[in-house]
Design a protein around this ligand. Structure first.
Ligand SMILES: [Zn+2]
Length: 342
C-alpha cells in the first residue's frame, strides 16, 4: 500500500472482537458520544487479531490528552507484532481522550479529569457519558489492561509503575515491565485501573517520563516490558525476562512535597535518586537571587518525579517522593549487617 493511498476507516458503534478476521491488523473508529456540533467523538483503535485464540490485552494511551509517550509505544508495538504469529488479540488505543488530545491538554472538553470519574455514567455531564461508553464499549472486552501515562505538565517522571502488588495477578504484571520503581497503589476510586481491577480485568498504570514529548529511551523500555508481558501470557514466543524484583525499588506509597514560599524554584536531586531524611531537595529564591526557603525531605525516599518549572507560587508541588521502599542494594538497607549470613 502506498503511503498516499486513502483508506476509509470504518466507524463502529461497539467493539465486537468476533467480527475481525484472524491473523490481521484492523484499524477502526468507535463512536463514543457526540460533540457540540453534533459530530461523533470517535476513538481510534488498532486491533491486532492473532492467528490463534488467546487472551485480549488492551493497551491505552493519552487518557490524559497531553501524555503522549504511550502513543509512540503503541505505534512501535504495531510494527513489532506479526498477527500471523500472535496468539490472542491486542486492542490498542493510541488516543483515549480525543477532545483533550485535540486541545493539547490533560482534561476532557469540560475540564474534568477522566481518570477520576471511571467508569462514568450513562446519564450526566459529557465527560461522564464519554467515560461510560469508553469502559462499556471498549475496555470491558479486555482480559488485561495496561494504562499508559506520563508526568503532568511542568513535571518530569522516571519510568515507574503504579500497581496493587498485594494481588498476585497485578504484581506479576508490574514485575513483567522490569521497572525502575514500583509504587504500591490500592487502586484509587475513579481511576481506570481501579475500575478494571474491580471488574476482574487485571490492570496496572505505567508512567512513562514527561508530558507532551516522545522520549525514545523510555518508550523502548516500555515496549520491552509489554513484549515481556505478551511472552508471559504466551501470546508471542520467546523467553520471559526474569520477573526478578532485584532491580526494582518497591515503595509502600508516595506523595508530593510542596514549597511553602513562592518564588523561583530549583529542585536539586535527579530522577530515581535516593534522598535522606532532612536533605535539602530544593531552593526557593526570591527575584534577587536570595534563598528564601530550603525545601527539606521529611523522610528517606526515592525521587519518582519532580517539578521542572522554576516559576512557582507558594504551595507548589516540588518533588514526588516514594517512601518505605525495599532497596535492591543491600548496602543501603539500614542495619543490613545484622541480617547477613545467618
Ligand atoms: Zn496521566
Amino acid at each position: 500500500m502506498s503511503m498516499n493511498e486513502v483508506v476509509i476507516i470504518k466507524t463502529k458503534e461497539e467493539l465486537n472482537l468476533d467480527e475481525f478476521e484472524n491473523g490481521e491488523v484492523h484499524r477502526i473508529h468507535v463512536h463514543l458520544t457526540d460533540n457540540s456540533l453534533g459530530v461523533p467523538w470517535r476513538i481510534p483503535l488498532v486491533v491486532v487479531k492473532g492467528e490463534e485464540d488467546g487472551p485480549v490485552l488492551g493497551i491505552n494511551a493519552a487518557l490524559h490528552g497531553d501524555e503522549l509517550n504511550g502513543i509512540s509505544t503503541i505505534f512501535k508495538l504495531i510494527e513489532e507484532v506479526d498477527p500471523k504469529k500472535l496468539k490472542g488479540t491486542l486492542v490498542l488505543i493510541p488516543i483515549s481522550n480525543v477532545p483533550g488530545y485535540l486541545a493539547k491538554q490533560r482534561y476532557f472538553s469540560d475540564a474534568v479529569d477522566l481518570n477520576r470519574i471511571m467508569p462514568g455514567k450513562p446519564e450526566g455531564v459529557t465527560s461522564n457519558l464519554y467515560a461510560h461508553y469508553f469502559t462499556s464499549k471498549i475496555v470491558s472486552k479486555f482480559d488485561y489492561l495496561l494504562d499508559l501515562h506520563t508526568a503532568s505538565h511542568g513535571r518530569v517522571n522516571s519510568l515507574y509503575i503504579r500497581a496493587d502488588i498485594e494481588s498476585e495477578e497485578t504484581r506479576s504484571l508490574a514485575y513483567l515491565q522490569n521497572p525502575q520503581i514500583i509504587v504500591k497503589k490500592f487502586d484509587e476510586e475513579g481511576t481506570l485501573r481501579g475500575w478494571a481491577n474491580d471488574n476482574n480485568i487485571p490492570a496496572i498504570t505505567i508512567e512513562i517520563g514527561n508530558s507532551s514529548a516522545f522520549q525514545h529511551n523510555l518508550i523502548d523500555e516500555t515496549l520491552e516490558g509489554i513484549l515481556n508481558t505478551m511472552r508471559h501470557y504466551e501470546m508471542i514466543k520467546g523467553e520471559v525476562k526474569d520477573m526478578v524484583t532485584d532491580d526494582a525499588i518497591v515503595c509502600d506509597h508516595s506523595y508530593w512535597i510542596y514549597s511553602k514560599r513562592g518564588g523561583i524554584v530549583d529542585v536539586l536531586p535527579s530522577l530515581a535518586d535516593k534522598v535522606k531524611k532532612g536533605q535539602v531537595i530544593a531552593n526557593v529564591y526570591d527575584v534577587f537571587g536570595q534563598i528564601k526557603e530550603e525545601v527539606i525531605a521529611d523522610k528517606k525516599g526515592v525521587v519518582i518525579g519532580k517539578n521542572v518549572n522554576p516559576n512557582c507560587d507558594a504551595g507548589s508541588r516540588i518533588l514526588h517522593l516514594g517512601v518505605n521502599f525495599i532497596d535492591p542494594d543491600p548496602e543501603n538497607i539500614p542495619g543490613h549487617d545484622d541480617f547477613t549470613e545467618n
